[in-house]
Every structure is written in C-alpha cells, then in structure tokens.
Design a protein around this ligand. Structure first.
Ligand code: ADP
Ligand code: AMP
Length: 214
C-alpha cells in the first residue's frame, strides 16, 4: 500500500502517518524528519536545508527528489510506505509518478487532511516535538503525561524553530501556492481521498481506516 499524506503544515499528517505505519506495518517516511536528523548531525544536506526551513520556505526540489526516490528502493518498502511531507510541489509529484512508473508502480492513496488556516496557527503554536525520537504532542490537544518530557523516550520536548507564528504564516502561504495544487493533481490520478482534519485525532484516524480498509 503506497500512501501519500497531503495537507497544510499542522494539519496532522505526521500524527496520522505514524498511526497508519503502525497499523499497516509499513515505514513512515517523513522528509521533514530526514532534514531535521541531518540538521542535528550537522551534514551538508542539513546545513543547506536549514537555510530554507528557518525561513518557512521549501527546500529546493533537487535536494529532495533524489533522496526520496532512493529511500523508496530500500528493502523495508516492499509492502508499501506512507510518505509524509513529500511530494510538496508539482515537479516533486511528477518525479515521484515517473520513478514509480519506471517500476510499474503507482501511488494507491493520496490522503488529504482538510483543515482551515484559522486552526493551523493554534495547532503549530502548541506543537511540541521530541528532540530525540521526533514524537509530536500538542500542549492542549494531545499533551504528554509529564510536561516537557516525551512519553516514548523521556527526552526533552521543544517548540520547533519553524513553528513560530511569523514562520507559520509564511509556510501557509507557501502551502497554498506550491502544495495545494497537488490536490488537483491527485484528483486527476484518481487516488485523492479527503478527510476532515478538524476533529479528534482518533476520529481522523477512523476516517482514514475506512478508506484504507481494516
Ligand atoms: P503535520 O505533520 O501535518 O505538520 P502534526 O501531525 O505534527 O502536523 O500536527 C500538528 C499539531 O497538531 C501537533 O501538535 C499535533 O499534536 C496536533 N494535532 C494533530 N492532530 C490533531 C487533531 N486531530 N486534533 C487536535 N490536534 C491535533
Ligand atoms: P515538515 O516536518 O513536513 O513540516 O517539514 C518541515 C520543513 O522541511 C518544511 O517547511 C520545508 O522547509 C522542508 N521540507 C520537508 N519536506 C519537503 C519537501 N518535500 N520539499 C521541500 N521542502 C520540504
């Protein structure tokens, strides 16, 4: 099952992708997580990506596409995967379609988590991410058991640099301009499925399971 997650920053793509990966035993591949890991390790890719991420801009396609296309050849992708944060531009979607077609494959589901911009700023301001394992929480909606501490690994929870309100507004503009057109792209491919992202995370997951099957 090859799934891509669409939706504005903060729509809940990562939250749902982690649950999908667990239920269907497929890897969760997040380009944002890959960049953050590279930033933490101080790699060249991390240094380049950070310049764009801190400004709320997308990392250039040429730094993302080869990385993902290569990741999709790993052994763990044999039964599919859930891609979170990729594709984010039409050229990225075209590159993905082409790379898959070369192997006689295609995306099975593009799950679009629908949420109005008004909800996003509140979501992102409250998001806290684990510095070690990348688990995400929300200080009000999905709080950790102990404030500031990850339930899963006990490390510190932080507000991401790009979740500050001015950067979030920029990221939303970039989303509407460059990523939203993918909704049409995947509608034409016949694989787009919309879910309401404003409800409780377990209800969003319920709607996704209805689409993907038990
Ligand atoms: P994305 O990966 O799309 O950027 P996240 O999955 O990180 O978004 O979710 C953004 C924030 O909203 C996080 O703090 C997360 O805990 C919270 N969140 C996710 N889903 C819901 C939901 N259905 N209701 C309320 N808050 C949510
Ligand atoms: P995310 O964790 O998905 O919200 O991604 C965080 C940031 O990483 C984005 O705001 C972009 O700067 C960058 N990024 C992640 N995925 C991509 C992608 N597919 N194309 C371009 N930039 C990306």
């Amino acid at each position: 099952m090859k799934i891509i997650m669409l939706g504005a920053p903060g729509a809940g793509k990562g939250t749902q992708a982690k649950m999908i990966a667990e239920k269907y035993s497929i890897p969760h591949i997040s380009t944002g997580d890959i960049f953050r890991a590279n930033i933490k390790e101080g790699t060249d890719l991390g240094k380049k990506a950070k310049e764009y991420m801190d400004k709320g801009l997308l990392v250039p396609d040429e730094l993302v596409v080869d990385l993902v296309v290569d990741r999709l050849t790993w052994d763990d992708t044999k039964n599919g995967y859930v891609l979170d944060g990729f594709p984010r531009t039409i050229p990225q979607a075209e590159a993905l379609t082409k790379a898959l077609a070369a192997r006689g494959e295609k995306v099975d589901f593009a799950i679009n988590i629908d949420i109005p911009d008004e909800n996003i700023i509140e979501r992102m301001g409250g998001r806290r991410a684990c510095v070690t394992c990348g688990a995400t929480y929300h200080i009000v909606n999905i709080p950790p058991k102990k404030e500031g501490v990850c339930d899963k690994c006990g490390s510190e929870l932080i507000l991401r640099d790009d979740d500050k309100p001015e950067t979030v507004r920029k990221r939303l503009d970039v989303y509407h301009e460059q990523t939203q057109p993918l909704i049409d792209y995947y509608t034409k491919e016949g694989v787009l499925k919309d879910v309401d992202g404003t409800v409780d995370m377990m209800d969003v997951f319920g709607a996704i399971v209805q689409i993907l099957g038990e």
